[in-house]
Design a protein around this ligand. Structure first.
Ligand code: 5GP
Ligand code: ZN
Length: 156
C-alpha cells in the first residue's frame, strides 16, 4: 500500500514537472539548440524550426509568460522593437522579404502551440496565402537555419 502511494506521488510529481517544462524557457537558458538572431536584456529572437517561409523568426520575452496578454508591457514593447529591427534586416538580405507579417497566436483556438509568448516575424512574397500554414516542405536542418540566421544577424 505504501509503495503504491509512493508510486502515485512520483507519477503526480512527474506530470507536474512535465506541465511546467517550457521549450522556449529552455532556449532562453541555452539548454536547447537554436539558431540565434538577436538578444538583449528583455527579449531574444531565433529561427523557428517550422518556417512558413525562409527567414521566419520568433521573438520572445526572456521572462516566461504564457501568451502576449501576460507579458509585461516593457517586454512587449521590446519584442516589437526587436521585430522592427529584424524586419528591416530581413529586407536587406537576399531572402526576398517583399512583405513582412507579424503574428501572435494567443490560445489554442487561435492556433497557439507553444505556451511561451512569441511574435512571429514572417517574410512574405507576392502570391503567398498570407496565412500561417504548415509547410509541406521537409523541416530545415539546424545548419540551414543557422545559415539564414547569420544572414539576418549581419544586417541588424
Ligand atoms: P505557435 O503555433 O504557438 O504560434 O508557434 C509555435 C512556433 O514555435 C512554431 O513556429 C514552431 O515551429 C516553433 N517551435 C516549436 N518548438 C520549437 C523549438 O524547439 N525550437 C524552435 N526554434 N522553434 C520551435
Ligand atoms: Zn517559457
Amino acid at each position: 500500500m505504501r509503495h503504491l502511494l509512493l508510486l502515485l506521488l512520483s507519477v503526480i510529481g512527474l506530470a507536474a514537472a512535465e506541465t511546467k517544462r517550457c521549450v522556449f524557457c529552455e532556449i532562453v537558458a541555452g539548454q536547447r539548440e537554436q539558431a540565434a538572431v538577436y538578444r538583449d536584456d528583455k527579449v531574444m529572437a531565433f529561427m523557428t524550426i517550422g518556417p512558413v517561409n525562409p527567414g521566419h523568426v520568433l521573438v520572445i520575452p526572456l521572462v516566461h509568460a504564457d501568451n502576449y496578454l501576460e507579458v509585461q508591457p516593457e517586454a512587449l514593447g521590446a519584442m516589437l522593437a526587436a521585430a522592427q529591427r529584424i524586419g528591416r534586416a530581413l529586407q536587406l538580405t537576399d531572402l526576398n522579404a517583399e512583405g513582412i507579417q507579424l503574428l501572435m497566436n494567443t490560445g489554442r483556438a487561435a492556433g497557439q502551440t507553444v505556451f511561451h509568448a512569441h511574435l512571429h516575424v514572417i517574410p512574405r512574397h507576392t502570391g503567398d496565402s498570407g496565412i500561417e500554414q504548415k509547410s509541406e516542405a521537409p523541416r530545415p536542418t539546424m545548419a540551414e537555419l543557422e545559415a539564414v540566421a547569420a544572414k539576418i544577424r549581419v544586417k541588424l
